[in-house]
Every structure is written in structure tokens, then in C-alpha cells.
Ligand binder design. Sequence first.
Ligand code: ZN
Length: 240
Amino acid sequence: MRCHGENSQSLVVALASGRSLSVLLRRCRRRTLAIHVYRDATIEVRAPIACPIATVLDFVRRRRVWVKRQLERVATYPPARALQYTQGEHHRYLGEWMVLALRSGSPRQCRLIDGRLLLMLREPSDPMRVKRLLEQWYRDRASEVFAERLAYWSEHPVYGGLEPPSLRLRRMSRRWGSCSSQGVITLNTGLVEQRLELIDYVIVHELCHLRVFEHSARFYALLDKVLPDWRRRHRALEPI
Ligand SMILES: [Zn+2]
């Protein structure tokens, strides 16, 4: 979920079958190799900065069956929707679908009432203005929800007294969250569309990085202690 100070290159991995896989290789400060298949079918390999290319190729080849299965899985996902920001459109918040109800008026505001997102603005027929108002609302909710969950989880006794870390919000296309070596946690604003238990999983994952920076056995042992069912949540989280 975290990879920074990175640089990337495209790589074609020839397989014994005569086929090949195009992968995106990202080198970053980490000790182990990891592979990820995104919903747009991009295959990404994260590798330590000094990892020899032969080791990377070998790693991809050994994971080819898993990669093939992931590619089949993402092919079944519906395509990312192009949002119109019009009356009656469905938008998601904390895992629930909300209907957009657009009203003409002022002051400009957005409120959530009984599963409806009521937006009041002077030009409700202008999708760009609706989008701006809605994004502001999502950002405010994300900031509120994430700060509350971060404060809650950082008090978990396993962490042994963590100061709630600094939180940043960003729209990210490739990850849900990250943790910098300076201890700043960045969360994807779009995460607020997911169920609370999945938001919690991402937050706990990043909090564990404040204690163990690498994805090592010690890191996963810590994660197991805080959230024993994190694997189920990890699987339930939609890929981005
Ligand atoms: Zn991580």
C-alpha cells in the first residue's frame, strides 16, 4: 500500500509458454518483492532499489499463475463509471449508495438526508458546479471520518501509546493509503466511499507502518494482533 521515493520502468517478461507479460517495475525503499494487478489490468512489481533485474524476472515468472488468475478476476469488474453529476445519479458513501437530489437555491450546501444527497446550488444543471460541491462534501466527510478512525485506532494497546499521526488527504489513482518515513499518513479521499470496516483496515495498516516500516513478518504479526481478520477486509477492498 506504500511505496515512495520510487522510480518506474516498463518491462516485458518472456514466459516459457512463448507468451509474455508487460509489467511496470517500481523500485522503492523496501526489502522484498511484491506484485499487484490493478483493475485496469496493469501488472505492477515493487522491488528494492538494488534488486537485480534477473531476480525480478524470476519473481514474475514464479507468480505467473497467480497473475493470470488476477487478470481474469479484474476482467470481470464493471468498468469505472463516467459520472455525469445529474439528478438521480447514484454516488457511494461509506459503502452505501446515495441518490443525488439537485435543488436550485442558496446558500450553496450539500446534506445527506435519508439516503439522498441533497445539493443546493444556484445552477444545479451545471455538472461542473455539482461536481465541485460534491467533491468538497466528500473531502470534508473523508477528513472527519478518517481523523476519527485514526484517533480511535492509534489508541490500540498493541501500538503502545502512539500519538495520532498527521493526516493528509489526496485523490490517488493507484493506492488507498501510504505512510512516509516521517510518519505522515496519506489517505485516498475516495476511500470514504468504502465501508467503514475497510477504511479501518487501511488505517490500521498504515498505523502499523509507524511501528514497522517494511512489509516484514514483524509487520504482519502486528497487523494480525490489531485486526485478526485483515485478510478478509483486504480481499473485500475494491482494487484501484
Ligand atoms: Zn504497507
